[in-house]
Design a protein around this ligand. Structure first.
Ligand SMILES: [Fe+2]
Ligand SMILES: [Fe+2]
Length: 321
């Protein structure tokens, strides 16, 4: 007899689809099912399945729950489920692409009490990765942008005062970070995942048009800022750099504020709950691919260094007496 893992083929079925089939409202081919290889564990009360399988089964978010170890899971349920608790098919979604099927699984859906679990993502300090929803993720990134605008603002003030040393190294570094984090990552997410969905739904189309135009204008300004700052703005380029910094600040404050208060809150109205969940993971995967597992924290640390180089890092100094 061999020891080790026992894997079995299982089939998961959308239970409400079976009811609809029984009622003669859909053909058998329309019942959503997926087949998976599952690891058998006789003590298992939960089942983790790939996120794509949950999407194919038509599962949607039901509630968030906390595990005994403190980690968070998000319970999903089949769409169109009857409100009666007796037939509940609960699925819990974990960050990083695994779903956990709760113990309230309908009898007959799954035989063999199988379990396929994998550890949730952990960050560099070993802490459990937390669930961050797409709007919150994008708003945090706006926080980074706002701090970079403060760096630009202080730099512009010094550049406009001829007696002050031109902080060209700080401006160059801030522009490089804006290009890397804001333009090539954050705005790319908006352009690839948000703007097309609003356009397709015919919602906030005028706003999206202006926002997209502003991304392009921002990129042009960043190119100018980088060119002038690296070619020595101490001389004749100084006023040009001040003008470009002011134009950037003037555009991005209302840009980010409008996205935070109008566009992001409307995101749920143009995506399905499943798409909303998937977006969070796509954002996170993209962030990790570009900036590593602690990407956001590293970017925040970079911004803090720029603030320090200008002496604007101490938050307490702006508190009125
Ligand atoms: Fe934007
Ligand atoms: Fe944005």
């Amino acid at each position: 007899m061999s020891m080790g893992k026992v894997v079995t083929r299982i089939r998961l079925t959308n239970h409400p689809d079976l009811d609809t089939l029984e009622a003669g409202r859909i053909p058998a081919a329309a019942v959503r099912t997926v087949e998976l290889d599952a690891l058998v564990d006789t003590g298992a009360t939960e089942l983790a399945i790939p996120r794509e399988a949950a999407v194919r089964l038509g599962l949607r978010r039901a509630r968030a729950a906390r595990r005994r170890d403190g980690s968070q899971k998000t319970c999903l349920t089949t769409a169109g489920m009857a409100p009666s608790g007796a037939r509940r098919t609960m699925i819990a979604i974990e960050r990083r692409g695994l779903l956990v099927l709760g113990s309230a699984l309908g009898a007959g859906l799954l035989t063999g009490c199988a379990s396929v679990r994998a550890p949730a993502a952990r960050d560099q300090h070993g802490a459990q990765a937390e669930d961050v929803f797409p709007p919150e993720d994008l708003m945090r990134e706006h926080g980074v942008l706002r701090r970079l605008l403060l760096v630009y603002e202080e730099s512009a003030r010094r550049l406009a005062a001829p007696a002050e040393a031109a902080p060209t190294a700080t401006v160059s570094a801030a522009a490089a970070l804006i290009k890397k984090f804001v333009e090539d990552y954050h705005e790319k997410l908006e352009e690839d995942h948000l703007f097309p969905r609003f356009r397709k739904a015919g919602k906030l189309v005028d706003l999206v048009t202006v926002l997209a135009q502003q991304h392009e204008a921002g990129r042009r300004l960043t190119r100018t800022i980088q060119q002038v700052a690296t070619s020595g703005a101490v001389g004749p380029g100084r006023p040009e750099l001040v003008t470009a910094l002011h134009a950037f600040i003037r555009m991005y404050r209302p840009h980010a504020a409008r996205e935070d208060t109008v566009l992001f809150p409307a995101l749920r109205s143009v995506v399905t709950p499943q798409e909303f969940d998937l977006l969070g993971d796509q954002f996170e995967d993209q962030e990790h691919a570009l900036f590593g597992p602690a990407g956001f924290e590293n970017v925040v640390a970079e911004v803090a260094k720029l603030e320090e180089s200008l002496g604007i890092h101490d938050l307490a100094v702006v508190t009125p007496a």
